[in-house]
Ligand binder design. Sequence first.
Ligand code: ADP
Ligand code: MG
Length: 381
Amino acid sequence: MSTLATSFTDLFGHAPDACYAAPGRVNLIGEHTDYNEGYVLPFAIDKVASIGLKVHPAAAPRLLRLASTHENAVVEVDLGKLSAETITPWARYLAGVFWAFEQRGFMLPGADILLDSTVPLGAGLSSSAAIECAVALGINEALRLNLTREELVLLCQSAENNFVGAPTGILDQSASLLSTAEHALFLDCRTRETRQVHLPLSESGLQILVINTRVSHSHDSGGYKELVAACTTGASQLGVKALRDVPLTALPAAKETLAPDIYRRVAHIVTENQRVLETIELLDSAGPTAIGQLLTQSHASMRDDFGISCPELDLAVDAALAAGALGARMTGGGFGGSAIALVHTHDAETISARVLQEFAAAHFITPEIFTVLPGPGARAL
Ligand code: ADP
Ligand code: MG
């Protein structure tokens, strides 16, 4: 029996019916393009949320018993009275998936679930979507509900938006449920079309280094809502449905008509969409060693045009590049969180050491650094 199944049996007094795993993700490129109906290119990582699941008999009371190896109490939830406020925050990511199935008209039985995740929490690797996707896949398979993975993406997004209460797009859940090993997932956020893009990092002697700055300055700024508003304003002043519809060649004219602050935001989104397409072309034609410069250009665009970097993220990127990274960029919402660097595996230690050294010299909080590789999407174990 696996360690997870053994822990499950020790905790609940019976073995799980089955175990499932769903990965976290890194967004290789395509930042803040999702809510502008643009392009993103995430990949599933080799760190996963695993669950053991036992479904209760249909005649039993509809009770969930939820546990995590990161928490010490078992949380009990009555499926007949599902409301987020009465559930401890971490367990909402699991209960929310049951809620979302019920919203789609399924009447689910109770269940026991033990969660064990290797996705670091709050590091921008989407530990939250990993949990949702593992639970959704588990319920779908164990109860033979036959929803497609695309339907599970939307169901998990609804759990996170409407039950947990976090406004997110479909990037994280798509990466976790639709990715395949050794590939990045090209996702068109308007049409939801996807394409698997070969990303043979280990074969090419490469890794992605994640540098979690462990700072968040987002409270100092207008934050996410202000950015979304600036993009919406830019689109409406340019007379398009979303910034996705603005071609690169329209930027010079846009600069003449838009206020400088709006123009800078528009310029980032338009050039970033272009960089996603160029990254895919380069991956197809020349492989992953060729894409470093596009990652670094993406960082410069977020720093100078979108205006969402911070000294810690800039230092992470600059130090990694100075120590030999092929490319580096901040990821995620901005004002803190993580940066990623594309590195030769044989340089990973030197680069990490240099980043740590420069953070210490700048008297910044010690960052957390780890390597990730593309892994398979959500699966039964
Ligand atoms: P991210 O998704 O970027 O890691 P979020 O804030 O969206 O960050 O999700 C993190 C939250 O997910 C945590 O605060 C916690 O509530 C929940 N979580 C993640 N992993 C676990 C785990 N292993 N056990 C319990 N809760 C977890
Ligand atoms: Mg999250």
